[in-house]
Each structure stands twice: as C-alpha cells, then as structure tokens.
Design a binder for this molecule. Structure first.
Ligand code: DCP
Ligand code: MG
Ligand code: MN
Length: 340
C-alpha cells in the first residue's frame, strides 16, 4: 500500500517490513490477536521511518516497538531472515491448523478437535467430520472468501442491495463501510450499514431481516446466511452471510449492520475502523471517564477497582460522527486517515 504513511518499496526498511508482515500474517492466521496487533502497530511505525533501523536499540526507541519486536528487527537486518518465521514452516500440523482456522467461523478449539480426530485436509472434513451449515459453506467457498474483492465489485454488491432496498422502502439506505470507506483498493469482505429516517431496531429488523434478505435470496444474490443476531443488546442487530453478483461465480462475505437513526454516528465510527483506530479512540474515551461503543458515546460511567464498568452511563452523543470526535477533543479524521 504505497499510499499509507508515504510507505513504498523504496523505504529503507522495506525488507524488514516484508518479513514482519509475513510473521504478522502467520499470527493472524493463528488467531493470535495480541501478537497480530503488536506487529501491525510496529510495522506501521517502521513504514513511517525515513532512515534504516538497524539495531534493536534504535528500534526500541520508536513508538509501538517493544524490546522483543526490536530484537527481531535487528535479527532480520543482520541475517536477512527471522528464525521464528522459518520454524513455522517446518511444522506440518501447524499448516493444517492455519488451514482449518481459515474456515469461516472456525476457532482454535474447533480446529484442534478436527486435528485430534485425525483430519488433515478440507476434503477430510467434508467426507468425515460432522459439520455445521456455516462450516460447510466456509469450506466449499474457502478460496472465494480468502480472495480480495476489487473496489468496483464491492460497489456493485452495494448497488444491488440498494436497488432491492429502495423497492421495499425508498427512505432506507445501505452504505458500504469497512476498508471500502477508508478508500482501500480491495477489501476482505463487504460491510454495509442499513438505516433510514426514524429507523428503530424493530423497524430495521422488519425491513432487513424479514423483507430485504429473503428478497435478495430470491433474486439469487444472497447465497448463504452464516450468523444473525436479532438481539437488542450492545452488539446490535447484524447479519453475516455470502453474496454473489449475477455476472460472477465467486461468493463474497457480506456483513450487514442494522443501525437506528440515533446511533448512526457511533456506528459510522465503529464500522469504518480500522480496528486499531477503534481501540485507540475507545481507550481515549475511557481515559476521559467516558465510554464509546458502536451505539454511542456515554458519560458518567461508574467503574470498579479493576476498571470493570458498574453502569451503562448516560448517553452524550450517538447521532453525529463529527460531534463524537468534537466531544472527545479528537481532531476530525477523514475515513482514509483512520489507518493505524
Ligand atoms: N471492527 C473492530 N474490531 C474488530 C473487527 C471489526 O472495530 N475486531 C470494526 C472496524 C472494521 C469494521 O468493524 O473496520 C469492519 O470489520 P472487517 O473485519 O470487515 O475489517 P475491514 O473492513 O476494516 O477490513 P477487510 O478489508 O479485511 O474486511
Ligand atoms: Mg471488511
Ligand atoms: Mn466485515
């Protein structure tokens, strides 16, 4: 991504960054959230450097690079490789684990159970394992879901959803979020917020879950439903599934978030991301005695000794993205600038 942070292959740390990105991808595939996060932050820092970072000491002096990552940077510069990354390639079970973890909805517990049962390939799972419907879809479309979606195709999926939605209720609107809203040239999935004037959780459920989704199935656009939550709690209503354009055979992962009008600002921040930006802006809210989630910004949150929240707090702002930034004292950042 030559745009982000002025980084290009001309960066004096390009080789280091390349190896760290491989290591980061490995941890991501292993669902090791913390190491993935630490590597991503460190890589972002390195991309901003204009001089070569050659020693652990130089590296550790930079933001978001701890001593262990600093040692690895020095090792890469000295040896042109990273032993830890090389070692991961020697363990065949490790590759199977990563393969299984790549199935939509499969976590470490499930993947390890399959390995314990002696399964080694996706074909093993299909012929011998007892699979949920979601797992079946995830395996059948493993390569589809693993491939990036070009920006123009993301747009076409968005247009298809909108034209169906308009016929149900012309006031409602679906907006593409996630990496697309941040300006990415391709995306891992298609994230959409659906809202409308005066929309409540209940009207949204009726329009989206009871009408839009069945109609999109009938049109042959939606192919599978992978997860739905109709709950009214802090996770809101969401739908995860798969869609496919009439002109294509490739199934894409599609996420809908149903957002009541009054929560639109907070939902825009949440669903625009990126995830690291969300973590940092939420932490900042917390430091100011407030709480930010995908439904709103709250004040007077009472917390216990260990920082656990004792009440929900009082809603300060939910409707406007810009106002939430203002109240938090964060200078406005365009979506494409929310890449951390
Ligand atoms: N999100 C978050 N924390 C997570 C996952 C998601 O805050 N653990 C938010 C920020 C993301 C948005 O939801 O930008 C959409 O999630 P995706 O997983 O679809 O991520 P992106 O759209 O950012 O990237 P990709 O192109 O890989 O889908
Ligand atoms: Mg996405
Ligand atoms: Mn998504």
């Amino acid at each position: 991504d030559p745009g982000a942070g002025g980084y290009s292959s001309q960066n004096p740390n390009a080789r280091t960054i390349q190896i760290l990105e491989d290591m980061c991808r490995y941890y991501d595939q292993m669902q090791d959230t913390w190491r993935t996060l630490a590597y991503r932050k460190g890589i972002t820092t390195l991309k901003k450097q204009h001089t070569k970072i050659a020693t652990a000491k130089q590296a550790a002096a930079l933001p978001f690079i701890g001593s262990r990552l600093a040692d690895k940077i020095e090792e890469i510069v000295l040896t042109d490789r990273l032993r830890k990354l090389d070692n991961t390639k020697d363990d065949p079970l490790d590759a199977v684990l990563r393969l299984f973890l790549g199935i939509y909805g499969a976590g470490l517990v499930q993947a390890n159970k399959w390995i314990q049962a002696g399964y080694r390939t996706l074909e093993d799972l299909q012929s011998k394992a007892k699979l949920t419907e979601s797992h079946k879809v995830g395996i059948e479309h493993y390569n589809d879901f693993d491939s990036r979606i070009p920006r123009a195709e993301v747009e076409a999926h968005g247009a298809f959803v909108n034209s169906a939605l308009r016929k149900i209720d012309a006031r409602f609107e679906a907006t593409v979020m996630g990496s697309y809203r941040r300006g990415a040239k391709d995306s891992g999935d298609i994230d959409m917020i659906i809202t409308g004037p005066g929309a409540t959780s209940s009207t949204l459920r009726t329009i989206v879950l009871d009408q839009l989704i069945p109609q999109l199935y009938k049109a042959g656009f939606l192919k599978a439903s992978l997860a739905t939550s109709r709950s009214n709690d802090s996770t809101g209503s969401k739908w995860h599934g798969a869609s496919c354009l009439p002109t294509s055979k490739v199934w894409r992962r599609m996420d809908f978030l149903l957002v009541p009008e009054g929560e639109m600002g907070a939902a825009l921040i949440y669903f625009t991301g990126n995830d690291i930006f969300n973590r940092s802006i939420r932490l900042l809210a917390r430091k100011k005695g407030m709480r930010l989630n995908q439904r709103g910004l709250y004040k007077d949150v009472k917390r216990g000794r260990r920082g656990e929240k004792l009440n929900e707090g009082v809603l300060v702002e939910g409707r406007s993205e810009k106002k939430i930034f203002e109240i938090l004292g964060v200078p406005w950042r365009e979506p494409h600038e929310r890449i951390c």
